[in-house]
Design a binder for this molecule. Sequence first.
Ligand code: SF4
Length: 431
Amino acid sequence: MNEYDSNRIYDFAKKINYFKTENLKEVDCYVLNTCHIREKATEKVYHDIGRIKKKFKNKKKPIVVVTGCVAQAEGEILLDKEKYIDAVIGPQSYHDFNKTILKIEKNSKKINSTHFDVIEKFDNLNLIKNSSNKVSSFLTVQEGCDKFCKFCVVPYTRGAEYSRSIQELYNECKNLVDNGVKEITLLGQNVNAYNFKGKKLSDLIKEISDIKKLERIRYTTSHPVDFSEDLIELYKVSNKLMPLIHLPVQSGSNYILRKMNRNHTVEEYLDLIERLKKINPLVKFSSDFIIGYPGETDKDFNKTLELLKRVEFINSYSFIYSPRPGTPASKMEEVKSDLSKERLIIFQKTAEEIKTKYKKSLFNKKVKVLFENKVKNDESFFGRDEYQNPVIAKSNENLQGKIKEVNIINGNSNTLFGEEIRKTDRENCAA
Ligand code: SF4
């Protein structure tokens, strides 16, 4: 979501003549768009500002703005602690970006813009075109979260759930596709809770599926509890909805899930997976895991490991639990750090084995790849298949923006390497 937000902040900034530059000597304004989900996010901000300070030691100070969830969570503290920062702008106020910069240009007063006004933000965003012209683009459809998982800061930094209107999303999506975008990833902290006047995520997907040149639709991140029947049904009929579902489970232990306030059991999660597989046997899953959550015993951890093996997630994102200030979990007693590290190593080793086995199963198989860009200094193109596996294929033809069948020759646990199947190859195959 921060990538989407950064692009949209830039769409605003261009209106007041600020443009991206690779030439750091000519920077007039730094924007640090931050994420508070990962550990030590605030320290990273201070560290980055230290680097900027050094660079501009004997030069005119650039304007420095911190945006995103760290700005929201830390606001005034950041401004007090680091005098080099000129403004903090929270994720629901970045439509204030231009106003803020112009004010700083005029007088050097510090500005804290961290009010929650998501409606005003999107009303303002709708007035400026989303200028992304990449092959694959993000589109924020929903923000905020009402789930209050005990470890998570999102309900405090992004606020309550808010869904944008189907019409404005259709318009933004159409504009992106007219600019050359072929794949859209619908974004939301809890995307399948999308609800605009009774219209759900499945309705939105059906609506944008009508855009002719839009080839692929993805969405992230979903909560198992909000996975409704209409969305499951869509996997039977939609040929634009991609078959990889990112479905965070966090733990394989019911005791820990309860402690996290996830509001579902492992059995319910597995039942959902079975129903999705039944409706479309091609679907595969990826997930997020928190290792060493307060109270996690060896038994709980082993249950998480069992779940990983049982579902065979093709991608598993795992992190050691780290407390976020202000969340209920931050007051719970932590698992010893050595133990959490040990468990993470075991978990990631198993996850890697599953991933490698899966990647190997694709050797000598055909996959459909949407090519995103040319590989630097090489006659190859980079793209992703329907399951988001990175694929590199050699070609003399410009494949950017095209969907091609590729025969996978080999690969490693990350990237697959293959050859584009040309028409003549296919004819030969058929013969
Ligand atoms: S559902 Fe996701 S965004 Fe919402 S509180 Fe839980 S972890 Fe955070």
